[in-house]
Design a protein around this ligand. Sequence first.
Ligand SMILES: [Zn+2]
Length: 114
Amino acid sequence: MLMCHVKGCSTDNFPLRIEDAEMEQVEVEFNEDFCRRLINKIDWPAFVQTAFALGLDQLPAALPDDLDEEFLQRIHKLALETKLKAGRMVCNGCKHVYLITDGIPNMLLQETEV
Ligand SMILES: [Zn+2]
């Protein structure tokens, strides 16, 4: 989940909309403490929106007070085990398209955009 950084683009620029996503599942060892810290750092509404848009999971709009292990496992799977292999990230604000190839989003901008 990255923010658009086209110069002058400051509204509706996060999260980037993901299109034609090609997902890949990888296995990452579950670490409960790490997962709890991660949840406190992510932008929850943006995370929920992205997970839903990708058809991965329907998470509660508000972060539950009680984060049980089952819930943390869900976050672990979404945030750490699901990789975006290919696709496009589109800014809702300025419509800039960032291509993702081999799991790496190309965040470089053309000279006219910086
Ligand atoms: Zn933008």
